[in-house]
Design a binder for this molecule. Sequence first.
Ligand code: FAD
Length: 488
Amino acid sequence: LRSAYDYDLIIIGAGVGGHGAALHARSKGLKTAVLTGGDAGGTCVNRGCVPSKALLAAAGKLRELKSVERLQAMGIAVQGQVAYDRQAVSNHANSLASRVRGNLVQSLRGLGVDVLDARGVLLEPQKVELRKPGEQTGDRRITARDVIIATGSVPAVPPGIQIDGKTVFTSDDALKLEWIPDWIAIIGSGYIGLEFSDVYTALGSEVTFIEAAPKLMPSFDVEISRLAERLLISPRPIDAYTGVFAAKVVPGMPGKTPVRIELVDAETRAPVEVLETDAALVATGRRPFTEGLGIEKLGVQLDRGFVPVDDRMQVLDQKGTPIEHLFCIGDANGKLMLAHAASAQGISVVENIAGNQSYFLRMECIPAACFTHPEISMVGLTEQQARDKAEREQFELGRAVGHFRANSKALAENHAEGIAKVLFRKDTGELLGMHIIGMHAADLIHEAANAMNAGVPIHKLAFSVHTHPTLSEICDEAFKAAAGMAAH
Ligand code: FAD
C-alpha cells in the first residue's frame, strides 16, 4: 500500500533531539528523513556538551597534576613543570566533536534514515520545503504524516554587549580556545559560566563573575551553591560581582586594549563600576533558533521565540489548540534546555505517534549536571521548592544526607569533599529531589533519577545493595538515613 506522504516522519534539525527521535523512529519502522541545516550534531556535538566536556577533562587532569598536596598525601610527587599546549588541548576538543559528529551521521544513515543537508521551512504542518543555507526559496518539497521541529538554540546576548568573537565572545567561540586571557570576566554564573570558570582557572586565567542575581549559581539548591562557593570558587583565583548587570561591554584588542565593562546595579540601574579585563565570556543563557522556520504562518505565536507545546510536545496554535501532526522538541520549546531532555522528548513523541498513547515523559525526573571539579548534579525539587510544596500540600518533608568524607572510595581517591542530599515525603516515602556536589556527582545522580522515574519510595530504595567500595554508597548512606537506618 503506497502512503499518501513521502515519509512517516520528517525531523527538522539533526542535533541530539533530532538524532534521538530519528533513531527511535527507525526502531519503530517509520520511514524517516532528518534535515541537518548543514550542521549535523547541532549544539551539543559541535559547540556544547561534547567539546566543553573534552576541555573540562583536560582541565581536570591539569588541576589534578598541579594539586601537589593532594598528590603528596598519596605518595606521589610530580617532578618538573606541569605544562599544557593550548593548541593541542583545543585539537582534543575539536577532534572529539568531529568523531562524535561522524558517528551520529553514520548511525542515522546505517539505520536507513534519509539525512538531507538542507534547511527546512514549514509550508504546512505536514509539508516542508528544503532550502540551501542562505537561500530564500527551495525547489524540493517533502511531506510526512508527522513532523518534528528540533531546531535548538543559540547564545542569547543582552543588548549593550558587543560580540567580536576575539575578546568578547560566547561559548561558541570560547570552545575554540584561540587564546588564554590573563583575566577574563564571565557574565552569568549558570552551568555554562561555571564550567568555563573551571577550564579557564585550570589554564591559568583569573576569573571575575558578573551575576545579576543576588548570589552566584542562582538556580542551584542553596546549600549546594554555598558548598560550591567553598569548593570551587574560594580556593581559585575567582572573584565575583553579584546583583550587578553588565550594561555595556565594548571589545578590546587581544594583548593591547582591554575590554571595557560598565556595571550597573541590577535593580536600580545606577552605575556601579567600570571593569577593564582582557576578555569577557557572555554566558547569559540561550535563545531558541526558530527564525525563518515559517511556523508563525501556521498560526503559532512564538513565546520569546520558543515554540509553545503541550505535555506531549505537540505544537499549540495561538488559541492554545494542538496542531495535528506537528511537534517540537528540545531547546526550541524551552521546557528544559539539556541534551538528554531533547532526545527523551524525541523518543516520547515517536512513542506517541507510533501508537503508544500511554507513554508519558516525566520531565520532573530528568537530572542535570554541571561538570566542574568537583561536579554538581540535581534532579527534582530544590530544598526550598520542596519546603514550599510541603507547606502547600500539608505533608512533612524529609531530608537526609550522605557524605563524601565518610566514603572509603572517595577517601582512597583523596577527593572526600561534598555531599549527596535527598528530599522526600515522610508520609509516602516519595522522592522529591536529590542534589549532589562531589566527585562524579553527574553519574551518581541517576541513583535518585531512576528511582523517581520508576516511582520507588525511599524505604524500598534503602534496601537496594551497593557495591563496596564505590561512590554510590554515598547515595546509599543518604537513602538509609532517610529510612531511619544506620549506614555502615
Ligand atoms: P541543537 O543541538 O541546537 O540542534 C538543533 C539543530 O537544528 C542545529 O544543528 C541547527 O543548526 C539545526 N537547525 C536549526 N534550524 C533549522 C532548520 N530550519 N532546518 C534544519 N536544521 C535546522 N546539555 C547537556 O545535557 N549536558 C551538557 O553537558 C551540556 N553542555 C553544554 C555546553 C555548552 C557550552 C552549551 C552551549 C550547551 C550545553 N548543553 C548541555 C545544552 C545542549 O547542547 C542542548 O540542550 C542541546 O544541544 C539541545 O538539543 P536540540 O536537539 O534541541 O538542539
